[in-house]
Design a protein around this ligand. Structure first.
Ligand SMILES: Nc1ncnc2c1ncn2[C@@H]1O[C@H](COP(=O)(O)OP(=O)(O)OP(=O)(O)O)[C@@H](O)[C@H]1O
Ligand SMILES: [Mg+2]
Length: 335
């Protein structure tokens, strides 16, 4: 039985090659998106000497021949050499240009230009619009650049999507999942300044958070951490609560408090001592930076109780709209 099968010739199956994103882009991108629209063109009544000058000046190997944007032909280095061998540089372009022009359309997929390059072994192709007017030129280099640019853009988008916040706790099922991180910050402990924030950033990345979010959170916590080190009498506590839909950050201390919060929030306002300023701190930009990095921020302070800074970063925009569902999230925050 086995033999029988072995002798049988394998049926002919055409296996599909796996396609890369680059292959796909050649179909997705349009010629007009990658072409060069600064065309150096000549007219048929210019001389071959003019062509020589143009090619030399622009470092190009050919140019389209147009009248009123209508493409009549192409003049190339090869045509120029012919005219030079004939000692005929004063001749008109129309004498040497080739009128058998292969062109592509701006609305064509880039793959059409790729095919034309392969088929006709040309270095550049004129690009026409719907009305047959010349709108650009395309080279293989333009295609490479266009594809690379699109890949880069796609990569950036993917980076954002890949690290969707839901990845944070994907396999944990519960009514409410959160991870709480706490860091004790010692007063004037400059040596460890920035440790909590960099550990937090690393944790977020390990959890699969979007790098952009991790970056924002890292900066916000850094500034809060430094404020505890610099301004709080006994240092304080950084507390982070990470949930699938948001990160809640608290920086808490027991004094001396901020007498005028509005003033403290002003860019450039700082009570940092000369010594602290000499260390490079005290530009009065910490609170402003935090505000830029988080979605919500509130600062409460009193000389008796100290300062409580609260910041929120939403991990999914849609979730943020749902967020203050009293029953689940906020009510139990501090418990
Ligand atoms: N936890 C805190 N306790 C007491 N005062 C604070 C606290 N945090 C901030 N402040 C006050 O708010 C001011 C502004 O803070 P901000 O972080 O914006 O600037 P800075 O810390 O002075 O300088 P930078 O952050 O640019 O190094 C501080 O100079 C300080 O007076
Ligand atoms: Mg500060």
């Amino acid at each position: 039985m086995d033999d029988l099968f072995e002798e049988e010739e394998a049926p002919e199956v055409l296996l599909a090659k796996s396609l890369t994103r680059v292959d796909e882009l050649a179909y997705d991108l349009r010629v007009r998106e990658v072409m060069c629209d600064q065309v150096k063109a000549v007219t048929p009544d210019m001389t071959m000497q003019d062509v020589l000058n143009l090619l030399r000046q622009e470092h190009i190997s050919g140019a389209p021949v147009v009248v009123d944007d209508q493409l009549l032909g192409v003049i190339s280095l090869e045509d120029l050499i012919r005219s030079m061998t004939d000692n005929d540089l004063e001749a008109k372009v129309s004498k040497y240009m080739s009128t058998q022009v292969i062109a592509v359309n701006g609305y064509d997929a880039v793959i059409e230009a790729v095919k034309a390059f392969t088929r006709y072994k040309v270095g550049r192709l004129p690009v026409l619009n719907r009305n047959g007017k010349l709108v650009g030129m395309i080279t293989k280099g333009d295609i490479t650049r266009g594809v690379l640019g699109a890949l880069q853009q796609g990569y950036h988008k993917e980076e954002i999507q890949k690290y969707r916040a839901s990845h944070l706790f994907e396999d944990i099922i519960s009514d409410r999942t959160s991870l709480i991180l706490r860091y004790r910050i010692q007063p004037h402990d400059f040596i460890h300044g920035g440790t909590a924030s960099s550990l937090i950033k690393r944790t977020l990345l390990r959890l699969g958070a979007n790098p952009q979010i991790a970056r924002r959170c890292g900066i916000a916590v850094y500034e809060a951490e430094m404020n505890l080190i610099i301004h709080a009498t006994n240092g304080g506590l950084i507390r982070l609560e990470i949930e699938p839909h948001r990160i809640l950050i608290h920086a808490i201390d027991d004094g001396p408090g901020i007498p005028d919060i509005q003033l403290a929030m002003q860019p450039g306002y700082s009570t940092a001592s000369e010594k602290i300023r000499e260390m490079g701190f005290g530009a009065g930009m910490g609170l402003v930076n935090m505000q830029r990095c988080v979605d919500k921020m509130s600062l409460r302070s009193s000389p008796e109780l100290g300062t409580k800074l609260e910041m929120k970063i939403y991990l999914q925009y849609e979730e943020s709209l749902k967020e203050p569902s009293q029953s689940s999230a906020e009510e139990t925050d501090q418990k």
